[in-house]
Design a protein around this ligand. Structure first.
Ligand code: B12
Length: 249
């Protein structure tokens, strides 16, 4: 028998429930003027919005205008029909998690991470791995039961994999920030292929993170889980510890 999901029709909320009001922002390659404002309204109309109202028109650079425009959309979404995978994390505090790893796994967990390929943005992987962490949430180096090794920027996939294999790592953290020309997708696919070639795929926990990464995309690319903007080291630490314990069963 097929499962029937309850319908839950939703529309954007502006001033009143279900009014369908949407705020958009875009740049047009013309200087600010009444004509430019009308072009912004017409563009909204062509996108299917009605009652377009230009709230902001500012010079963005020479011969460019930045717009914030409100418009009403007639579209709706069945929220009940949406099915998106989410990373499930059993969350413990840092002290409690360290004790739990000691008791349940009985050894330190080895984690290697890097920003790989041509990408030189290390702030994201540092936020997860370094002592200081991010947003008041300490990084993996602050967890006594984690042996966290941050290899930094522009690390070739094969080098990260070889070092992780030599260290018998429990998890590898791959950070991808630059998304121009889908370089993050190409590099992530290359990483997975090389992990397969090296025989660590399915054994080592492979996590992907970055501003344009979500769990669904990471799964599609062949990683075990994906972490997007605002991710915290405590979530990653808990995820890895529970995944290692699960694999050991
Ligand atoms: C700082 C910065 C730089 C610094 C980086 C310094 C460093 N050591 O990292 C420098 C000046 C070197 C730089 C260079 C470039 N940059 Co830059 N940079 C930025 C900037 C301003 C901030 C990025 C950042 O630090 N974010 C803060 C961190 C904490 O957030 P995060 O990376 O998302 O990380 C979090 C999550 O995503 C997640 N996470 C990330 N990785 C991982 C991994 C794992 C395993 C897990 C679990 C979680 C996780 O956890 C983190 C904490 O929550 C952004 C714009 C912006 N405002 O985002 C542009 C930006 C990323 N840069 C950009 C570009 C284009 C470049 C250059 C190509 C510019 C150029 N033409 O030279 C070069 C790239 C060179 C290269 N080879 O990579 C573009 C990328 C556009 C795109 N869509 O690809 C951006 C978006 C700016 C823009 N709007 O154009 N950049």
């Amino acid at each position: 028998m097929s499962e029937t999901k309850a319908k839950q029709i939703i529309r954007p909320y502006g001033d009143r429930m279900d009014d369908g009001i949407v705020q958009t922002a875009f740049v047009l390659p013309v200087p600010p003027s009444e004509k430019a404002k009308e072009a912004a309204r017409l563009f909204m109309k062509k996108m299917g919005f009605v009652d377009a109202k230009v709230a902001t028109m500012e010079r963005a650079a020479e011969n460019y205008s930045f717009f914030v425009v409100y418009g009403r959309s007639s579209h709706s979404i069945d929220y009940g029909e949406i099915d998106v995978p989410e990373v499930i994390i059993k969350k413990m505090g840092r002290v409690q998690l360290n004790e739990w790893i000691g008791k349940t796994i009985g050894r330190r967990l080895v984690v290697l991470g890097a920003c790989t390929g041509t990408d030189s943005h290390t702030v994201g992987i540092d936020a997860i791995m370094n002592m200081k962490g991010f947003d008041g949430d300490f990084g993996l180096e602050r967890y006594p039961m984690f042996d966290a090794r941050n290899l930094g920027a522009q690390v070739p996939n094969e080098e990260l994999i070889a070092k992780a294999k030599a260290a018998n790592a429990d998890a590898i953290l791959v950070s991808q920030i630059v998304t121009q020309r889908d370089v993050h997708l190409d590099n992530s696919r290359d990483f997975i292929q090389k992990a397969k070639d090296a025989g660590i795929y399915g054994k080592t926990i492979l996590l992907l993170g970055g501003p344009r990464i979500d769990h669904k995309l990471a799964l599609e690319l062949g990683f075990e889980a994906g972490f997007g903007p605002g991710s915290k080291a405590s979530d990653v630490a808990n995820y890895i510890a529970h995944a290692v314990a699960e694999k050991a069963k």
